[in-house]
Every structure is written in structure tokens, then in C-alpha cells.
Ligand binder design. Sequence first.
Ligand SMILES: Nc1nc2c(c(=O)[nH]1)N[C@H]1C(S)=C(S)[C@@H](COP(=O)(O)OP(=O)(O)OC[C@H]3O[C@@H](n4cnc5c(=O)[nH]c(N)nc54)[C@H](O)[C@@H]3O)O[C@H]1N2
Ligand SMILES: Nc1nc2c(c(=O)[nH]1)N[C@H]1C(S)=C(S)[C@@H](COP(=O)(O)OP(=O)(O)OC[C@H]3O[C@@H](n4cnc5c(=O)[nH]c(N)nc54)[C@H](O)[C@@H]3O)O[C@H]1N2
Ligand code: SF4
Ligand SMILES: [Mo]
Length: 738
Amino acid sequence: MATLPATAETLIARFGPTLNFPRPEGIPGRDTPDAVVKTHCCFCGMQCGIKLVVKNNRVVGFEPWEEFPFNGGRLCPKGVQRYLQNDHPDRLMHPLERAPGRGFAPVGWDPAMERVVSEIRRIQSAHGRDAFAMLSGVSLTNEKSYLVGKFARVALRTRNLDYNGRLCMVSAGAGNKKAFGLDRASNNFSDLARAEVVMVCGANVSETFPTLTHWIWQARDNGGRLIVVDPRLTPIARTADLHLPVRPGRDSALYGAILHQLIKHDWLDHDFIANHTTDFDQACEAVADYDLAWAERVTGIPQAKVLQAAEMWGPARTSFLLHARGIEHQSKGVENVLSCINLVLATGRIGRPYCGYATITGQGNGQGGREHGHKCDQLPGNRDIENLEHRRYISQVWGIGEGDLPGKGLTAYELMEAIHRGEIRGLLSICFNPLVSLPNSAMIREALDKLEFYVAIDFFLNETARHADIVLAGSLHEEEDGTVTTAEGRVTRIRKAINPPGDARTDTSILLELADRLGAGRHFRYQTSEDIFNELRVASRGGTADYFGITYQKIEENMGVFWPCPEEGHPGTPRLWEDRKFKTPDGRAHFHGVAYREPEEVTSDEYPVILTTGRVVSQYLSGSQTRRIGKLVRQYPEPLLEIHPALASRLGIRERELVRVTTRRGAAEFPAQLVETIREDTVFVPYHWPGKKSVNQLTSGHLDPISKIPEFKVCACRLEPTGQTAPSPEESRAWASP
Ligand SMILES: Nc1nc2c(c(=O)[nH]1)N[C@H]1C(S)=C(S)[C@@H](COP(=O)(O)OP(=O)(O)OC[C@H]3O[C@@H](n4cnc5c(=O)[nH]c(N)nc54)[C@H](O)[C@@H]3O)O[C@H]1N2
Ligand SMILES: Nc1nc2c(c(=O)[nH]1)N[C@H]1C(S)=C(S)[C@@H](COP(=O)(O)OP(=O)(O)OC[C@H]3O[C@@H](n4cnc5c(=O)[nH]c(N)nc54)[C@H](O)[C@@H]3O)O[C@H]1N2
Ligand code: SF4
Ligand SMILES: [Mo]
């Protein structure tokens, strides 16, 4: 096992107190804080443990929480700056109402709530219940995610509820359910430490999950070898033994070709395949022709490197495969995931120490938030809204008739299309900024302007909320109690550190009051977040994501509990599948025949270059939070177009020249950044900015047919130098939204 870094105590013992390490009772030389609260970072799915330092109902700083097992006190640039949101001048302190031509003005809670409820009633009685939709987000805790699902189905009684995980976790979720019958990382990440080979597919780990890098490096320090598949030589790829610079949109061809080699060289676990899986023959058949020459032609990766990957993966005794949005944000995201899982199953390296597989969950509560029922087709416990037995169980927990429970609704992008067509006329959004984060933003903007009524709940006025009629001032992460489930599947406690400032309210109290005003109050009688959690436990009982045995006290005592945890006496399940009892109907893991197909957009004479999009270390998602933190903005103030010098010179593009990028959706200009770390046929732009700086003006609404995730990672584009040099980053002040 990896050893955690020396604690503050041992360092102080070794070096004396002059290091001035933060002490639990406060930072020497400063005022004694009122409280130091152990909680978690509000950003990515790693959910690093952190201690917030509180003074006068403000979070004024942080200390490392060194005992928390996953990150051992380590934090990334976003985690250490997150507390700066708390006192931000843009913080919404009261509800806002927008009057045509006059913009937003503060309004009291009572008239704001009254207007929301009367508009919901008006739209639903004129156009039917489903004409009012809800969009949610998984920065919300498990309690709030559960509450949103129940609120939409029981108080709004609409089928049209979906969430921002639709842009994030759904390809992995669908693939995992098909293969394993359950959607969770199969191991906790400490199993990486002694994996002989780690394969990272489409994940920029060092920038997007910086603290996870520690565990990958543990593997390397223990002699393990690292393979990274990415069209860019990312920071983690620079430390790899083998980098496979795949042409965007071609992953399933690569993993198919590796499987072909595993079969050819008999690097297979025949016992595991025979006793614990199905459909290996179909997987073999699909890749029968995927030899090395074919692989090189399709993926752009030299044959020798594809073979080397198979030689590294095949004979290893232990291994861990990780993937993230690079392979999932595609119109064949689910197929890519299944082709990765085929490699894990073929070698039988799962459900044993140091043998694992996981998608790296993106959002803070991307794991828990995808289990408790705010997906359009899902009920709590990862139950299916179209399964009669599941519907009956949840209706009984909620005290409603099964017939009153709405059915499956539209997914996030489809929901926007329905608004655009005039079928959905009202919207309530919480914790989502679709104008920046959904593809094809011109369509999204038009849709928002067609809404008869739109209400948003947020603590900042994000770019989408600017189109709202009413904005309700909700709460920050540190202002409510609850739980989240980390990317590893560990359910942990979010602890309230302060109260919402001014007239802002907690998200929970806003939803509960709305439910009450909508006449559903009797179904929403909770005093505390723990009350909601205790109902969630019952609702999840017997589902695949079973939380029944997890209590606040148990989380407290164990620094988190891994689900499934079906009984109170159960210790939780850090490593899945040790019993080889998969959650599929036949109890076996399923191979899938994955035949390669092209992405929806391929290059042409008119659009000869591939555009791919993603993230940078200092910005988070739509940027609504991190573009407000000055130090993070200064680290990377504006979206740059990463382009290889060879392609730039062919097109006559200079460093920092503004380049016009055109796709079938539109055009936008970005300063060029010439880097040798990207394929020559591909350019990359991060997506954290709104308006004219938004790369989602260019991305397409092509969706995976199963998961309905947009193909953020592959578009065909044309590049034209404008002759203008972009202003220096200092001048461009990217945080000022247009
Ligand atoms: N700093 C920061 N960290 C974050 C976030 C953030 O916004 N900022 N967001 C969080 C969330 S919600 C998520 S989902 C995760 C996302 O985490 P990641 O998936 O690691 O991030 P991305 O930048 O979206 O994409 C990862 C990589 O995919 C590569 N890629 C592009 N096309 C392809 C392809 O066709 N095949 C392969 N194999 N790779 C390809 C890109 O070059 C990129 O390096 O990060 C989480 N952490
Ligand atoms: N081109 C391109 N587009 C992408 C991606 C990509 O790689 N490329 N990645 C996609 C992915 S993986 C994701 S996850 C999405 C994310 O896209 P979004 O979910 O739209 O991004 P966020 O910035 O998280 O927006 C959330 C909003 O919720 C608010 N918020 C945060 N926490 C809370 C809370 O506790 N309560 C309330 N009330 N509000 C809260 C924030 O202030 C912010 O305004 O973007 C997707 N879009
Ligand atoms: S790695 Fe993720 S959870 Fe950890 S500090 Fe950074 S953003 Fe926060
Ligand atoms: Mo995400």
C-alpha cells in the first residue's frame, strides 16, 4: 500500500514548529477561527477532503485534512481557492425579477415564489404538466439530488426532468450497466498503487483530477507501467511509458485492435471468460479483421505502438484501466466504453486486489447524483422509471399512486430542442448553466428566449440565468449539510460551515417551500438533510445503488462508506466483484461485439481539421464559479486554440494570431497557441467561457443513440488566420463576460 505523506504533526516533530503549519485550533499569528470544518471540495469528483476555516459566518481559508484517505491533504489549484467564492461581490443575496427592458431588480421571497407557482400552474393547466420542465445538476448533494427527483415527479408532476450529468457520465453509466449491471468504479483508487500496468484512455488526469495523479504515480514508483491514449501529449502522458496519440473519434478501433492482439497471442484469462462472462465470441468476431495495419490507418497510431500496448496490457498480472470524457463525449461513447471493458474482461483482471477498472467520474457528486433519480429515465437507487415493479416500490415510499408517477422524459439536449419547437414552455433550472455547457449554443439561446417562463436557482447569476424571469438566490456547498458520493463510490459527509448570507436561502428550503406552495407539502416533511438521507436510504433499498446500510453516524466513524451497503451491519464495498456475482440478470459480466464506426462528423475539403474540446486545470466547467476567482483566471485567462506548429505553418498561422474556426454550426475566433503536444490533424479549445469565447458555438448536437451524450470531442472545422494578433492575456480580462 502507498504511504500517506507525513502529517503536519510528524513534520513539526521532525522540523520544529517554525514551519508554521496550520493547526486545528487555528493559524498561528491570526485570529482564532470560530470553527474548522471537515468537509470536501465543491468541485470535481475526487471530492478531496478539506478543512474550512470559519470566522464570523464566513469561510476565510482552509487547512489540509491529512487523514482523509483519498487525498491525504493534497489539493489542486481549484480546491485551494474555492473558499474565495464565499465572500464574492457577485454572490446573489436575494431573489431577482427581470422586467422586460429594465433588467433584473431585487424582489421579496414571497412575490418571487408566488410568481413562480402561478406561472407553473398557468403553463401546466394550459399545455399539460409535461410542458413545464426541470434541469438539475450534480454539484448538488445526494440529498438535494434525491429531493429534486421527487420534487419534479411529485410536486411538478412532470416527466421532463434531466440533469447536467447527461453531458458527463451517461455513456460510462450505460456501458457499465450493460457489462456489469451496475454503474460505479469497480475499485477504490488505492488499488492503482500496485497495478503492473495502468491504461488511461481520454483523461487529462493531471489537469482534471490532479490528486488522482498521486495514485497513478504510486503504481509507477512501484514499477508499474503507464499507457495514455489521448490526441494530445497531456501532462500525464508526458510521464507515460507509452503514449498513443489517437485521432479523435477512433477509440473503439484502437481497443478493438488491442483485443485482436490479445486473442492472437492468447493473452486471455480463459477460466474467467468461461465461468464469469457471456458473449466473448461476439467480441472476437467484431475484431476479427482489426489487424495492426488497419488500426494504424483508422486511428493514426503507428502499428508498433498498438502492438506495444497489447504487449504491455496482455501478460500483466495486475492492471487498472481508467477512462474519462475523451472517449465518452462521442456519438459512440457507449461503444467506446464497452470496447475498454472488453479488454478488462478478456484478461479477467477485475475484482481482485490491484486489478480494476473505472470511469473517472467528473462532477463533484457525479456518482451519487446519477443514482438518486434526477435523470429523465431513473428513480432512486438507480431504478428504472419504466419498470413497473420499481415504480410501485418508489410510489409506495413517496406515498403516491403508481399511476401518478410520470414516465420517462426527454434528455437535456432533447429537452432544449423541445423548448425550441414550442412543446415545452416553462423551465426551472438548478445548478446548471446550459447556455455555456450544451453544444450548439445558438440553438440553446433561441430556445431560452422562447420560454414563456424561466426560473433559475443559483448563487451566481450564470449566463443561462440571465435569460430567466426569476432567479432564486440559493446556497453554496458550504452552506448546507449533506452527503456526496466520490468517484470511487465512497459516500462522504458535506458539513455545513456557515449560513447563506443576506436574504439567500438554502436550495433545500427553496424546493421545500415550492413543493408546499404547489400543494404537495405533505410529501415533503423534512426537518434536516439527515431526514432526507434517511428516506433516500429506504428508497434506494434493494436497488443496484443500495445505500440502506449507510447512516450519517457510520460515515462519520469511517470517513466514508462505499456503496452497495445493504444493511446497517454491512461494512460497505470498496472493491466490487470479488464474489464474481455481477448484477446482470444472468449474474455474469457481458462482453459486447463492438464494430468500429466513424464519428458523426468526419473531415472534408470544406472542414479539413478535427476540433476537440475539454478543460484546463484552473477553470471548472462552465466557469461560472472559477471565472470569478481572480487567481484562477490569471492562470489561464481566455480560451486558446492549441495547434501543432506544422499545421499552423501550412495555414500561415502565427503564435497568438486570432484564428477563425468555422464548423457547420458557426464561427468563432481564438488566439493560436502553437504546441507540439497535439496531433497535426487536430486542434483543441477549452470550453469554460461564455458568449463569443464559447467553443460550444461550434460543437454539434450529435448524440450517442443510447446515452444521448453530445459529441463534444469530435467536430470537423476549418481554420483561417485573421491577420490580427490577439491582445495580451492581461488585457483580455476573460472574466468579464460579454
Ligand atoms: N480543471 C478541471 N477539472 C475538472 C473539470 C473542469 O472543468 N476543470 N471538470 C470535471 C468534470 S465534470 C469532468 S467530466 C472531468 C473531465 O475530465 P477529462 O475527461 O480528463 O477532461 P477533458 O478535458 O474533457 O477530456 C480529456 C482528454 O480527452 C482528450 N480527447 C479528445 N478527443 C479524444 C478522443 O477522441 N479520444 C481520446 N482517447 N481522447 C480524446 C482531450 O485531448 C483531453 O486531454 O473533469 C473534472 N475535473
Ligand atoms: N464543448 C464542451 N462542452 C462541455 C464539455 C466539454 O468537454 N466540451 N463538458 C461537459 C461536461 S462533462 C459537463 S459536466 C458540463 C457541465 O456543465 P454545467 O453543469 O452547465 O456547468 P457548471 O459550471 O457546473 O454549472 C453549474 C451552475 O451551478 C451552480 N452551482 C454549483 N453548485 C451549486 C449548488 O450547490 N447549488 C446551486 N443552486 N447551484 C450550484 C454554479 O454556480 C453554476 O452556475 O459541461 C459539458 N459541456
Ligand atoms: S482534485 Fe478535484 S476535488 Fe480535489 S481539490 Fe482539485 S477540484 Fe477539488
Ligand atoms: Mo463532467
